[in-house]
Ligand binder design. Sequence first.
Ligand code: SAM
Length: 286
Amino acid sequence: MNAKTVKLDGGLYFVATPIGTARDITLRALDILASADVLAAEDTRSMRRLMDIHGIALGERPLLSYHDHNGARARPKLMQYLAEGRSVAYASEAGTPLIADPGYDLSKQASEEGYLVTSAPGPTAIATALTLAGLPTDKFLFAGFLPSTKAARISAIEAVREVPATLVFYESPKRVASMLQDCATVLGDRPAAVCRELTKKFEEIRRGKLSELAASFKERPPKGEIVVVVDRAGQSVVNTSDIKADLREALGKMSVRDASDAVAGAHGLPRRKVYQMALALDRDDD
Ligand code: SAM
């Protein structure tokens, strides 16, 4: 057993757990799991399995279930333990709690009520994917899971189109091909990486243009857990006369707004800037 029992102050301890390989847990996380008065988990079976792997006995300690669907009912009990001065350790099913996982309301209420709220940091698929994607990491936006219906997904992608940062999405293997295709249409054919089964036996990183990745996953749908990382909009590597030529052609077939959307998307350029150019061209041609 790697864990040691330590004296914990009363309070709420968020504990990050592995996203694949069980030994990716930190020694401090093990100590907290071995020592907390009360344990709570999104999935109590996964928590028991993890504790078994690392030789941590639950003993007489309570292990409560706390997830998105029972949070409002389960929170008062956890708050009561905090009020009694107990140490409560919470882990989500995998990775860092609150990152596309439960824990936000619990964290908020416990801190608003003045209890110690702290974290044993560890794995998260966001950081692991960014480390491996081969795309800039100076600034990134975590966009979570996109909506599953096409119209809502397109709007959500449009909302991040002009963000000057690398985009990170969580996605299900079933939807990844159509999500990549929608990203190519809305964002332009940017460089991207699909990071699959991170830290597990079949870990795989595929890099390429969004349209290439979409085509290859459409042909062979993937299995497992997936993070999609997409480069930010291009820094105007296209010259202005090319953009104008494309706009003129598009304006012959569609409205100013649609033409600027299409050309901005194709070149990965900010929509507003291309729209201004389209308006000016449209005026000149009148
Ligand atoms: N809390 C977790 C974290 O810190 O990354 C995320 C939980 S969220 C419910 C699950 C999603 O995270 C998966 O659908 C996938 O998009 C991503 N994910 C989790 N583990 C992963 C892994 N090993 N490889 C790739 N993606 C993973």
